[in-house]
Design a protein around this ligand. Structure first.
Ligand code: NAP
Ligand code: HSE
Length: 447
């Protein structure tokens, strides 16, 4: 029987690991556990070791499975990038300031970059991809979208022959976890968020998880990959899960829905791209309704592939490390190639957006009203004036206070452009009986 000789034909490549928190420690542990396997699987071509680690506090106790050699830590990112023992730079510190300087310096030094930082690439990707092109040095970012799910490489490589019609999915593990815990265990929002933080799912500043912007940054990256042009974050519509109450969850449940923070990216026939992130009612029978906890799912619709669904852990130490390590091997391969650049580069300067006002779905709207005769009629009149159809109304009664003065009034509305709804709601908000800004969730009719 013939066997391939598995010899290490190359010297080990040094990694500069910037960040040794949840994900950085996971990368260390994964390389410790599976480094030899990677070398075998690459026919002895790739061997990796961590040459330098950047942290804020070298004295901190770390969740790692083997001892880190003394003297490997630095608190100065310039020292990590400049170290001749570092061939590939992994950015896992987060944020958009030091992380930007570090990644830019690495590209200028022609050291391939691996990052999980979606905020950095969504907000400052234009500058970094320009540097990547100028210095013919790749940026790999599989871990930046949907944690352990290999969606970046799939879109970039496996679906390269497809025109992508749409993505729809759950791409923030923390908010999905929180909604799940509020639904299944009746936890408060705050208690569920604290659990997500303790499990290493949330961002250092969890505001981005709950206000929808973490998912928005990931949607920007997916759209840039699929449509080739840089996306201005200011152009997309984002709302988060902060306004979801137990009452909304219960009401959705009674109607046969679950509430999920949904990202929708869709190319329209005139090539205008729609991007929006918001809490949405999804039918319980839809496959995305059964995506629980920290799991993510991305449904991709391409003209050749049709519908494809990707499912897996969207956050957390090991799943994210899995993506970082895959990128490390890709980066190592690029160093071994003559032409050297297999990373993504935007290929169009600009593209068209569909304004959010022109996007249409059905809606769930919750009004905080003063309960008096005629309230429903007052709201309904404004909706009718704007030619927005009502499919149902409901006012949940508080059994311990059936004569409460202030109550929630729920309206389910037929499909209409969001801009039309916004005009109607602006007028409704001025009614005496309406006490605060109405809360709107989309009701998505997903394929
Ligand atoms: P984390 O646990 O907060 O770790 C951050 C690490 O970076 C820490 O080791 C910290 O040092 C170090 N650091 C931060 N700022 C620094 C600075 N200015 N100079 C030197 N060191 C600095 O964060 P994480 O959860 O691992 O996330 C890292 C990145 O991966 C973020 O961009 C995040 O969005 C992304 N990501 C995270 C996940 C996840 O599930 N957690 C999933 C996908 C992508 P100290 O340890 O000394 O404080
Ligand atoms: N905070 C992010 C999430 C980490 O919860 O999805 C993965 O990007």
């Amino acid at each position: 029987m013939f066997t391939f000789p598995l010899v290490n034909t190359c010297s080990s490549l040094g990694i500069g690991l910037a960040g040794f928190g949840t994900v950085g420690s996971g990368v260390w542990n994964t390389l410790e556990r599976n480094g030899d396997l990677i070398t075998d699987r690459t026919g002895g071509e790739i061997s990796l070791h961590v040459a330098r680690i950047l942290v804020r506090d070298p004295a901190k106790t770390r969740a790692i499975t083997s001892e880190v050699p003394a003297g490997i830590f630095t608190t100065e990112w310039r020292a990590l990038v400049a170290d001749p023992a570092v061939a590939i730079v992994v950015e896992l510190i987060g944020g958009t300031t030091d992380a930007f300087d570090l990644v830019a310096a690495a590209l200028r030094a022609k050291k391939p970059v691996v990052t999980g930082n979606k905020t950095l690439l969504a907000e400052r990707g234009g500058e970094l991809f320009a540097l990547s092109k100028e210095h013919r040095t790749p940026i790999h970012f599989e871990a930046a979208v949907a944690g352990g799910i290999p969606i970046i490489r799939t879109v970039q490589d496996s679906f390269i022959g497809n025109r992508i019609h749409s993505f729809s999915g759950i791409i923030n593990g923390t908010s999905n976890f929180i909604l799940g815990r509020m639904t299944e265990a009746g936890l408060t929002f705050e208690a569920a968020l604290a659990e997500a933080q303790s499990l290493g799912y949330a961002e250092a500043d969890p505001t981005l998880d709950v206000n929808g912007w973490d998912a928005a940054h990931k949607a920007i990256l997916l759209a840039t990959l699929a449509y080739g042009f840089p996306i201005d974050p200011a152009a997309i519509h984002v709302s988060g899960i902060q306004q979801v109450r137990q009452a909304d969850i219960a009401f959705a449940n009674n109607l046969g829905y679950v509430i999920k923070l949904l990202a929708v990216i869709r190319e329209h026939p005139d090539r205008a791209v729609e991007i929006r992130i918001q809490p949405s009612f999804i039918a319980k029978s839809h496959i995305l309704a059964s995506v629980h906890g920290v799991f993510n799912a991305v449904a991709v619709h391409g003209d050749a592939i049709g519908e494809a669904l990707f499912f897996g852990r969207g956050a957390g130490q090991d799943p994210t490390a899995s993506s970082v390590v895959a990128d490390l091997v890709e980066a190592a391969r690029s160093l071994r190639q003559v032409d050297g650049h297999r990373g993504f580069l935007p290929y169009c300067e600009s593209g068209k957006f569909l304004p959010v006002g022109d996007t249409s779905t059905a809606y769930y709207v919750r009004f905080d009203v003063t309960d008096r005769p005629g309230v429903i009629a007052e709201i309904a009149r404004v909706l009718a004036d704007h030619r927005i159809g009502i499919s149902g109304t409901h006012s949940p009664v508080n059994p311990s206070n059936p004569d409460a003065e202030f109550v929630d009034m729920i309206f389910l509305l037929h499909t209409c452009p969001f801009g039309k709804l916004q005009c109607a709601l602006a007028q409704i908000e001025t009614l005496d009986c309406v006490n605060s800004t109405p809360v709107v969730f989309r009701i998505e009719a997903l394929a």
